[in-house]
Design a binder for this molecule. Structure first.
Ligand SMILES: [Zn+2]
Length: 740
């Protein structure tokens, strides 16, 4: 069931509405399609939630059919495939800027809405943003650059600023238009539309609708008008009150104003949007879906509606490859999509998603049911041999549970899984399956979940978070096709019931230990009360695989290294990026262009071997010189006159300290490591409280260079040795000279 995780890299240019679209890493779809299926395959994406997935699939030579019901996502997809040129975007903005408005032009008219005075010299300036504070019930600061006195940054707002902001009340023409466009009077959703509009400050709404109306009045060629819509769309996203100040929620899910937010200058938001939409041409073709004309390889056919309406236009058993990013419920994005679509293209365009206005909350049981409905509806068009790959870029436990339960109860069997815990990214693969029937009792469920969780901890050989154990338990249930039956019995409470069963299993202190004091089951780390059957720690295996590949190949990119390690450690073992990076930094250096890594010269096997032998030898000599009896075996043991071991050293090239910490030996053990390993040891200690405790209480780490130094110290003796061993701890990069 374990498949390799397919790492990509964070996109260099995140693209439009990136804060709402799934954070799928660049390149992971391309990589998936190098491994699964072949060029020319026909691929269906039933959810159409990620433009990146669709583009990369087409670039990989696939014929892609995607159903996109949300007109906003569809617009982004369309203009990711056929991006505007910089000139088109600039021209659209310039035409808007120059459009006549109240005896002036539109640009100065909008900018003037943000006019204020410099707090230092009193000059009239245009503010970049105003900061609103819910507790002060108004704006508290302004951000601007003053051309006269060069003051740049924040300033306190004045009564005049308050007055100017309140000029644009919620009762003006622009506000009425913004509302009417979404839900005219008499529409049952009108009050929901009103609530949604409230995330826009009055002046912002006034400015946006003024620009929109101007865009409608201009006679522009279709492309330029669409470019204008694109700019307005991004501006409408960035200027609402969802985004906190100074930092705030990076990926909001609920439509509510942040306690402190920025009211950004709408005109400058439009200007910034030019860079967002000027994307690189992906060189794939876009067509509309036509029943009698399946897309050709390298082409994307878009079906502008829900996938249930697409199904009747496809032949039975036609689809052999289903590839998608599972959508995540996002009340904020879905509601705003309904607003934006209505503003830009009218009520009819927004109709398919207008229902989003009404719903305030989406829980995971709702989502499981939604996924079940869609996936069950697809069955007639799927070939019995179909491959199904689903990417979940924000795989928190609730989302994983909803996906597993939704697919299982729609009649699919979990075939593969990979989960990257720290990045919360999962890949699940599925096949069509017949339902299995087993009679079972709740006791069995608990035991089954517990043993899957135990298995995951043993496999990893180190403490793990709740999300790991949760994924192990739920995947096991899905793999055995047990969730569907349970859902049939328990109906909508299954998620709650199963979560409780699972938490009861985890609370068994004879099986699971909690590291640290936590109340919530989701916090902290879990470990096994009896770790005797556990593997060596995952961190040590990651280090070994990184070193292995660095010694095999002269030059490697970060992604190549990650790919290799993820292949060696698949499924729930998938190591996170930070750990891999810590290993890479410990053994390799980057070339000047920062594109490739190569092994450090001193970590070549021969030179490192020599190094280790030299240190081992020096330690032996040092022990002799200080009057200990030295025994040279796996460890270098130093005995005193009474025949007791007082020091025990182990010289190693890696930081694979892990196995030592579960062993019951009472003997203090000092690991002797190359200095380049220091930050890797620190990273391992950060991750594993057992290692931290062990190193602090019973063991220690010293660097090679300390041994070399101690050998030359004339005043060293048995009495001061313990102190001298501490003078250059691993975290020191620049040790002080010993005070004589
Ligand atoms: Zn000034």
């Amino acid at each position: 069931m374990d498949i390799p995780f397919l790492p990509g890299y964070p996109p260099i240019q995140p693209g439009p509405l990136a804060r709402f679209l799934p954070p799928l890493e660049e390149g992971s779809i391309s990589r998936a399609l190098e491994i699964y299926g072949e060029s020319g395959d026909f691929i269906l994406d039933p959810f159409g939630s990620s433009p990146r997935l669709v583009v990369e699939a087409a670039q990989a030579g696939r014929a892609v059919l995607v159903a996109v019901n949300n007109p906003i996502t569809r617009f982004v997809l369309q203009h990711t495939i056929q991006p505007f040129t910089l000139t088109e975007l600039q021209t659209a903005l310039a035409r808007l800027a120059a459009a006549p408005k109240d005896g002036s032009r539109l640009e100065p008219f909008i900018l003037d809405l943000y006019r204020t005075e410099c707090v230092r010299c009193g000059a009239s300036v245009i503010a970049e943003s105003f900061i609103w504070d819910r507790d002060s019930e108004g704006l508290t600061h302004k951000i601007y650059v003053c051309d006269r006195c060069n003051h740049a940054g924040e300033g306190t707002t004045t009564v005049e600023d308050w007055e100017r902001a309140s000029l644009h009340s919620r009762r003006g023409l622009q506000h009425a238009f913004a509302l009417e466009q979404v839900a005219p009077s008499g529409d049952p959703d009108r009050r929901h539309a009103e609530t949604a509009l409230s995330v826009y400050p009055g002046r912002t709404l006034y400015a946006l609708i003024t620009v929109l109306n101007k865009l409608e009045q201009l006679t522009l060629p279709e492309r330029l008008k669409a470019a204008g819509y694109a700019l307005l769309l991004s501006a409408s996203d960035t200027v609402n009150a969802l985004w906190g100040y100074p930092e705030g929620r990076s990926r909001p899910r609920q439509l509510s104003a942040s306690p402190r937010y920025r009211e950004d200058n709408v005109w400058w938001a439009l200007e910034r949007a030019v860079g967002t939409w000027a994307m690189e041409d992906p060189r794939v073709e876009l067509v509309e879906w036509r029943e009698d004309e399946p897309p050709r390889p390298g082409t994307v056919a878009v079906f502008p509606g829900p996938v249930r309406d697409l199904v009747p236009t496809l032949r039975d058993r036609e689809v052999r490859f289903l590839l998608t990013v599972l959508p995540r419920p996002n009340q904020a994005f879905w509601t705003l999509s309904a607003l934006w679509a209505a503003w830009l293209w009218g009520r009819a365009a927004a109709a398919p998603i207008k229902v989003a206005l009404r719903r305030r909350r989406y829980d995971w049981a709702w989502h499981a049911a939604a996924l079940r409905t869609v996936m069950a509806g697809l069955k007639p068009i799927l070939n019995p041999e179909v491959s199904i790959m689903t990417f979940i870029p924000e795989a928190e436990p609730g989302f994983m549970a909803a996906a597993l339960i939704g697919f299982d109860s729609a009649g699919y069997r979990l075939e593969g899984r990979a989960l990257r815990l720290d990045e919360s990214q999962a890949i699940l693969s599925w096949s069509m399956a017949d339902r299995l029937k087993y009679p079972r009792s709740p006791g069995e469920t608990q035991q089954r979940m517990a043993s899957a969780a135990i298995g995951a901890l043993r496999e990893r050989g180190e403490p793990g978070p709740f999300s790991l154990l949760h994924a192990a338990a739920w995947c096991e249930m899905a793999r055995k096709r047990l969730l569907a039956d349970l859902w049939a019995l328990e109906d909508s409470h299954l998620l709650t019931t199963l979560s409780e069963t699972f938490e009861t299993a985890l609370a068994d202190r004879e099986i699971f230990m909690r590291l640290g004091q936590y109340v919530e089951p989701e916090s902290g780390l879990y470990w096994l009360a009896d770790p005797s059957e556990a593997n060596p720690p995952l961190v040590d295996r990651v280090e070994m695989h990184v070193l292995e590949i660095l010694r095999q190949k002269a030059e490697l990119s970060q992604v190549e290294i990650e790919e290799w390690v993820c292949q060696m450690l698949p499924g729930l073992l998938t190591p996170d990026r930070r750990l891999i990076q810590a290993c890479v930094h410990s053994y390799a250096i980057q070339d000047p262009t920062e594109s490739h890594w190569r092994l450090r010269v001193e970590d070549e096997p021969e030179s490192r071997e020599e190094d280790c032998q030299e240190i081992h030898h020096l330690l032996g000599e040092l022990g002799d010189r200080l009057g200990f009896t030295v025994q040279d075996e796996e460890f270098l043991n130093w005995f005193n006159e009474k025949g007791e071991v007082v020091y025990s050293f182990k010289v190693m090239e890696t930081t694979a300290i892990g196995p030592g910490i579960e062993e019951g030996s009472e003997m203090p053990l000092t690991y002797v490591l190359p200095g380049g390993r220091a930050s890797l040891v620190a990273e391992k200690m950060r991750r594993d409280p057992r290692l931290r405790e062990w190193l602090q209480e019973r063991g220690g780490v010293i660097k090679f260079r300390l041994v070399r130094r101690l050998v030359t110290e004339a005043g060293l003796n048995q009495e001061n040795l313990a102190e001298r061993l501490k003078i250059d701890p691993p975290e020191h990069h620049d040790p002080q000279l010993p005070l004589l």
